[in-house]
Design a protein around this ligand. Sequence first.
Ligand SMILES: [Zn+2]
Ligand SMILES: [Zn+2]
Length: 126
Amino acid sequence: MTRQRQAILEALKELPSHPTAEEVYNLVKKRLPRISLGTVYRNLDALVADGVVRKIDTAGAQRKFDTKQEPHYHVRCIRCGAVDDVSVKQTPSFEDMVLNRNGYEIRGFLLEFTGLCSECLKASEE
Ligand SMILES: [Zn+2]
Ligand SMILES: [Zn+2]
């Protein structure tokens, strides 16, 4: 692992959950001032390919990254785009629930809850 990749991984772990590539870049830049945003993107993609980091590919405007390894789901605020983790009481096996008549081998699924975060809820009540 290169020094750059190591610094990016450290930044991902220090930042609040689900940072964007720009947020990672802004933190890494403090340690490696000459790093470019493109380099950060490339290294993030490599970390995703290695399975170290998950990319949250849901409908949010900006792609966010996640270092949490345990399976979990996300809730996204429809107003400000904040993303948080949610857990479900009983994990249904969606793979088994799918009526798969197309010959696909199901490898995963994307599930996203949407709503209003506590900040936006407060703002809408005022
Ligand atoms: Zn919000
Ligand atoms: Zn998460």
